[in-house]
Write a protein that binds this ligand. Structure first.
Ligand code: HEM
Length: 370
């Protein structure tokens, strides 16, 4: 019979079964049935660093997005005739929903930022190397889904920004030919593309992220968290050194929950201070709005070489991310011993930042229908 004594923090108690407080015995009863103590497995101390908690913070943002998203779906009407008015109704007439929408809007961007920073941490500490290549690929897929969720979310409000985003969606689909059929309005004659993007936003994308995240977390447990390259003498090792102190995973979970609450506080503050805008219903045939900032770097490319710039830019980034664990054969994990990978990655990050800044100083240009 398992008991909660498997947790070292709890095992210090000298209580026997008879003298244990009622709530401890109640927890034992639950644990016998659900095996909660399995979560007390040891994790190295460095997993609690803020940089190593970024994946957990991303997961916390996902939870906030799902909860606020479920609330929003109660009032949002996903048909072209109603969509824009329903969003404006949500923020003006439904009690407290302006705040829920604000948290959802900022949580989406927070998830994008923390997922990108988590990706960079995994890259910097060489944690995508053997045996974690598969988990890196799962991460890349989740990152793509996060971007797709940002995009579909923008379309849903069906104002000028959303409508122009959809216009890009349709034209990129045309460029892709047969590969883009699902994104084109012709895919289903009787169901508007808004409804299909809505179903992707509320079911397909979050569902896939949850399934992939479950695999991701199981693989982190199976491989154990990668060693901190600066805490180990051998930076080719796949495991943390035996001398590093460990803590039960439940303590790590507690820390991530506290960070998640801090994130909620910050997002709430942003929602109150900078409530997300929603414009009036769109006007066809004009292109006057810049997309959301995570897409700016691709839109600078679009300004330079036309719509295909979005495809080439996004395609190149994801091809490099997918290929990375297979083309980088350097066994070292410390960044000092990985000059080539560091130089290429710095060039890519610098290019994305410069392209983004350039877009900040450019007015929207016309590309659709050209
Ligand atoms: C988008 C949602 C994501 C979530 C919710 C998530 C969550 C997590 C969590 C909780 C961990 C364990 C602790 C940590 O290192 O922070 C982890 C580890 C890992 N993640 Fe992610 N992740 C996401 C995206 C990504 C991306 C974009 C990549 C890379 C392309 C990635 C690759 C990895 C790898 C290789 C590990 C193992 C790292 C190690 O052992 O040090 N993940 N992830």
């Amino acid at each position: 019979m398992s008991t909660l004594r498997a947790d070292p923090a709890i095992s210090t108690s000298p209580n026997t079964a008879a003298t244990r407080p009622w709530w401890r015995r109640a927890l034992d009863v639950v644990d016998d049935r659900l095996g909660i103590t399995a979560l007390t497995y040891p994790v190295p101390e460095h997993a609690n660093n803020i940089a190593w908690s970024l994946g957990g913070i991303t997961a916390a943002a996902l939870v906030l997005l799902v909860v606020t998203g479920i609330l929003l779906t109660q009032f949002y009407a996903p048909v072209p005739e109603e969509a824009n008015a329903s969003v404006r109704h949500i923020v003006t007439h439904e009690w407290g929903m302006w705040f829920v929408r604000g948290v959802h809007f900022w949580a989406a961007q927070a998830m994008y930022v923390t997922a990108a920073l988590h990706l960079l941490r995994v890259f910097l500490t060489g944690s995508y190397k053997r045996p974690r290549e598969g988990n890196w690929l799962i991460g890349v897929a989740m990152f793509g889904l996060v971007i797709f969720a940002l995009f579909t979310g923008t379309v849903l409000k069906w104002d000028q920004e959303g409508y122009e985003a959809l216009g890009h969606n349709v034209e990129v689909a045309n460029l892709l030919g047969g590969g883009g059929l699902w994104f084109s309005p012709d895919f289903a004659n009787r169901v508007s593309i808004l409804i299909r993007l809505y179903s992707a936003h509320v079911v397909l994308i979050p569902g896939l992220i949850v399934v992939l995240f479950t695999l991701h977390a199981l693989l982190v447990k199976r491989h154990r968290i990668s060693p901190h390259p600066s805490l180990t003498a051998d930076d080719e090792s796949t495991d943390a050194p035996a001398a590093e102190p460990v803590e039960p995973f439940t303590h790590h979970l507690r820390r991530i929950s506290a960070l998640g609450l801090a994130l909620l506080g910050a997002l709430g503050l942003l929602a109150v201070t900078f409530p997300p805008p929603v414009g009036p219903a769109p006007v066809e045939g004009i292109e006057v709005i810049k997309p959301m900032w995570p897409f700016w770097w691709m839109f600078t490319l679009e300004n330079w070489i036309g719509l295909s710039g979005i495809l080439y830019g996004g395609g190149a980034l994801f091809t490099i991310l997918v290929a990375l664990p297979f083309i980088d054969r350097n066994p070292h994990r410390a960044w000092r011993h990985r000059r080539v990978a560091m130089t290429i990655a710095s060039a890519i990050v610098a290019a994305i930042i410069v392209l983004t800044i350039l877009m900040a100083f450019t007015t929207a240009k016309t590309h659709l229908g050209m």
